[in-house]
Design a protein. Structure first.
Ligand code: NAD
Length: 373
């Protein structure tokens, strides 16, 4: 198979972890006889420095011509004081999501067996492992409210005297299409879906709950559906995460809950994500940010980036076997005691600590050892 991939490494640790992601994709291409063509482009703060905009036309063109977008991370203190529309996240990441209609954000929170002792919860609460899928709505809610209220006098996010305003807006079709993605995922797993909202307070959440109930009753009555307020969901995730299978929620709640889920699994450096459109086009990125505090030191864990590459193979290219090979290689690397600093166990004598590139090399090497072609 031949595929063209837009490679947007971004800022901070982005370029370091992306290098390792590509190393592993190269190893997969070699083993399984595929050709991955990489088209690199600037995004985020580095693009602002070079072109005066975090998402320049040059980068748009590269993405337009690609089969998928492989994304690192953007942002950093250097660009925080720019006008909102030019900051790396507001000026690049949010527009990419809306331009390509990337409304469905899949965020698996999985504990790899060998990392159980790196997880923040007592091991009895995680007995038998943890495998949650958070399905986050990505192009609506409070992060995109401004697009829908431009006619109002108060502009979202801008300070008007002593006030600042954001709008959380959802429509029935927006909720139905994310409910569909979540139901399809639940059908392939434990057929259990938890919808998270704040329907005791927010009008958008009341609509959310009603639409999810109607949709599941009509289309997937075999799915066991329950509802939780977001504050309770945070508490339940932190105390009894194994009760969850698939969680579906709106944009900001999903953002916050998935970071909490990452803390439970051990490190934010382990968690990938896929953001998909209705046509199957997607952007694949780790859930963490650009980690400026460790950039350039060879300390970043590249596994979330590498696992995002595995999600790209599966969801964008339909290469499930190759995607599984990456997961198996990572499992074997961890079983053999290799760690980056963020996932080191308490027993430092047992660990073989690797740098960012050392971990990438190790996973790529183990790809060739995965059985079968
Ligand atoms: P962050 O995720 O970058 O870092 C949080 C903490 O986790 C830091 O201590 C960092 O060192 C650590 N960490 C993150 N990734 C790691 C990895 N792969 N290996 C080891 N440790 C890792 O979040 P932040 O500090 O809140 O944000 C930093 C910048 O990233 C900000 O400019 C923010 O706006 C941006 N950001 C970008 C994205 C994105 O590009 N999708 C997402 C979140 C934050």
């Amino acid at each position: 198979m031949k595929k063209c991939i837009a490679v947007l490494a971004g800022d901070g640790i982005g370029p370091e972890i992306m290098k390792e992601g590509l190393k592993v994709l190269d190893a997969v291409a070699k083993k399984y006889g595929h050709t991955f063509e990489y088209k690199e482009a600037l995004v985020g703060g580095c693009a602002y420095d070079a072109y005066g905009h975090p998402l320049p036309d040059e980068t748009r063109k590269v993405c337009d011509s690609a089969d998928a977008i492989y994304f690192g991370a953007v942002g950093g203190p250097k660009w925080e004081t720019l006008p909102a529309e030019l900051t790396p996240e507001r000026g690049a990441l949010l527009p990419l999501r809306s331009i390509y209609g990337l409304f469905a954000n899949l965020r698996p929170a999985v504990i790899f067996g060998p990392l159980a002792d790196a997880a923040s919860l007592k091991s009895e609460r995680l007995k038998g492992g943890l495998d949650i899928l958070i399905v986050r709505e990505l192009t609506g809610g409070v992060y995109f409210g401004r697009n829908k209220v431009t006619s109002l006098a108060l502009k979202e996010g801008t300070v008007q005297g002593e006030y600042a305003v954001d709008y959380m807006i959802y429509s029935v079709p927006e909720i139905e299409r994310i409910a569909k993605v979540a139901c399809e995922a639940a059908m392939k797993r434990g057929k259990k879906l938890t919808s998270v909202d704040k329907a005791n307070v927010l009008e958008s959440s009341k609509l959310w709950r009603k639409v999810v109930i109607d949709y599941v009753q009509k289309k997937y009555p075999m799915i066991q559906l329950n509802h939780m307020y977001v504050d309770n969901a945070a508490m339940q995730l932190a105390t009894n995460p194994k009760q969850f299978d698939v969680i579906v929620t709106e944009n900001m709640f999903g953002d916050i809950l998935s970071d909490l889920a990452s803390a439970i699994t051990g490190s934010i450096g382990m968690l990938p994500s896929a953001s998909l459109s209705e046509t199957g086009f997607g952007l694949f990125e780790p859930i963490h940010g650009s980690a400026p505090d460790i950039a350039g030191q060879g300390k970043a864990n590249p596994l979330a980036q590498i696992l995002s590459g595995a999600m790209m193979l599966k969801y964008a290219f339909g290469l499930s076997k190759e995607s599984n090979a990456i997961e198996h290689a990572i499992m074997s690397v961890l079983e053999d005691g290799y760690r980056t600093g963020d996932i080191a166990s308490a027993n430092t004598l047992k660990d073989k600590i690797l740098s960012t590139s050392g971990m990438g090399i190790k996973v790529a090497e183990y790809i060739s050892k995965v059985e079968g072609k």
